[in-house]
Design a protein around this ligand. Structure first.
Ligand code: PEP
Ligand code: MG
Length: 549
């Protein structure tokens, strides 16, 4: 009899799956070093395996575009570019020529060298490219051996267990055949995790090497994408309990669906807007599916993070226009560039900093480099005629900053007018309240803006002096801390006294333990991940503010 084993990883996509394990074996060809006298022949083999890889990646890219959207599909464009990279190709050809070896070996050595080089870089984005260079090289090696693709022959309704999954492998998982996946390694910020979330496949990553060493084909396995727990060969008590939770979870989801089209109104008649947060155009489907009333936060910096260079005015215009048009007149609040701190972009060439969260980030960069800011504002204003746009500015700490921003906005509007380019006159301008300074001076800010949006993620980090990236500070990072809640309440009072409205777009907006408090503070809008819209609506509709507290 099998003894139940429990492993712990990170749940990256909520939901529970119960099924049998399929141990994912990559069709990695074993690479042997073989001497050859026909270097030209080996180089030609490499070229044709590469051409095949490019064609395969083109197909995967198309599939990804349909299933997970443009931003997530981008990685396969990057893979195609990597395959065409001169240094990569030169290295393979040089190894074949200088060592008189087979193409497989030259590709494997090149992959190791490049992966090592990427891993040793300081930038975490570049470090992540190590897995990508391995991924593309493995594809070429498989093609050289003329073996089938990695997901060929994947059984139906299985929980895929792997050491790690490359983005190309993840996107090839067929949503109808794969119940969930568990990886031994990987981080919650990896492309694999992001893809899982967007594809809606329950997943646990980083379950540890022990997990992979012990899991066997066909083992019964339970994956809890909420808690990150993985049970292998569960005992009957655990299996019953988790089956019940899975059923309840499914029932809850079904019940929430009935709230589509219903109003966000409390039992005593108080109304609130429930909007959604997005990172890119590809998330709009989820926004519409979950019946959000608008978009409360479009993190525009992802347009910059995905790009190898500054996105042009036209590129940005196209993205903003698409979001505004898709939302068909519903409010769309786009936040200007919030780069810096944990969101690094190489081409900005920013200096390293001792304390990046307290450093040169967000609006500070925009004001210091107005050409970047003006390009974004031009794109935003030009797109404004296609819907109901609000623009908000991150990391505000002073009135002077806001006055400067408003001057720049006015001058961009003047410039567009002079060029005969159209923009809407009703674009609302707002500031994020995500520093204690902004909350404290919110009485001075409210009269000069249209709205506030509270960024509780940063407001908590700066109020409680807790780096939000540091996993060791969780016990200190109390998001319900009185200091944070008082600052939100202060901002709400000052917003209304100064003629502005106020929303919350940080993660706390989805915390239903606080919904009632937020409504009592007079918060006008809660903006949450698309998947939480109906859950918050449900909470609002059960709340009665007429009952004294
Ligand atoms: C926040 O700080 O709460 C916020 C919404 O912005 P971000 O998480 O992108 O910093
Ligand atoms: Mg923030």
């Amino acid at each position: 009899m099998n003894i139940m084993k429990k492993y712990m990883g990170k749940g990256v996509c909520g939901a529970i799956a119960i099924g049998s394990a399929h141990v994912f074996k990559r069709s990695e060809a074993v690479v042997k070093r073989e001497r050859t006298d026909d270097c030209e022949g080996e180089k030609a083999r490499f070229e044709s395996a590469k051409a095949k890889a490019l064609q395969q990646l083109g197909e995967i890219h198309q599939k990804a575009l349909k299933e997970v959207g443009e931003a997530n599909a981008k990685i396969f464009e990057i893979h195609m570019l990597m395959l065409e990279d001169d240094d990569y190709n030169e290295s393979v050809n040089n190894i074949i020529d200088s060592q008189k070896v087979n193409a497989e070996y030259a590709v494997a050595v090149t992959a190791d060298n490049f992966a090592e080089m990427f891993s040793s870089m300081e930038d975490s984005y570049m470090q992540a490219r190590a897995a990508d260079v391995k991924d593309i090289s493995n594809r070429i090696i498989v093609n050289l051996a003329d073996k089938g693709g990695e997901s060929a022959g994947l059984p139906d309704r299985m929980i895929v267990c792997a050491d790690d999954l490359a983005p190309s492998e993840t996107v090839l998982l067929d949503k109808d055949r794969v119940l969930a996946f568990v990886t031994a390694r990987g981080s919650s910020n990896s492309h694999t995790a992001i893809l899982a979330r967007n594809m809606g496949i329950p997943a646990v990553i980083g379950a540890g090497n022990d997990f992979l060493e012990n899991i066997k084909e066909g083992d019964c396995i339970i994956v809890d994408g909420y808690t990150g727990e993985v049970f292998v060969s569960p005992d009957s008590v655990t299996l019953d309990a988790m089956s019940r939770r899975q059923k309840e979870d499914e029932e809850k989801r079904q019940l929430l669906q009935e709230l589509k089209g219903k109003e966000n109104v409390t039992l005593d008649g108080t109304r609130v807007n429930i909007f959604a947060n997005i990172g890119g155009v590809e998330n709009i489907g989820a926004v519409l599916l979950n019946d959000a009333g608008g978009i409360g936060l479009f993190r525009s910096e992802f347009l910059y993070l995905e790009n190898g260079d500054y996105p042009t005015e036209e590129q940005q215009f196209a993205a903003y226009k698409k979001v505004l048009e898709s939302m068909a007149g519903k409010k769309v609040i786009i936040r200007t560039l919030d780069i810096g701190a944990d969101k690094k972009v190489d081409y900005f060439n920013l200096d390293g900093e001792e304390n990046p969260a307290l450093g040169f980030r967000a609006i500070r960069i925009c004001l210091a480099r107005p050409e970047i800011f003006r390009t974004q504002l031009r794109a935003l204003y030009r797109a404004s005629v296609y819907g109901n746009l609000g623009i908000m500015f991150p990391m505000i700490t002073s009135v002077r900053e806001v006055e400067r921003i408003l001057e720049i906005c006015a001058s961009v509007r003047e410039e567009l007018k002079a060029e005969g380019l159209e923009y809407s006159d009703s674009v609302e301008l707002g500031v994020m309240i995500e520093t204690p300074a902004a909350a404290i001076i919110s009485d001075r800010l409210a009269p000069i803006v249209d709205f506030f949006s509270v960024g509780t993620n940063d407001l908590t980090q700066y109020t409680l002096a807790c780096d939000r990236q540091n996993p060791n500070l969780e016990e200190f990072c109390d998001t319900h801390h009185e200091a944070v809640l008082r600052l939100i309440e202060t901002a709400a009072k000052n917003a209304h006294a100064g003629g502005a409205w106020i929303g919350i777009c940080g993660e706390l907006a989805a915390d239903t333990e606080l919904t009632e408090s937020f409504l009592r503070m007079g918060i006008d809008e809660l903006s949450v991940s698309p998947a939480y819209v109906l859950k918050v609506r449900d909470k609002v509709r059960r709340t009665d503010l007429s009952v004294a507290k």
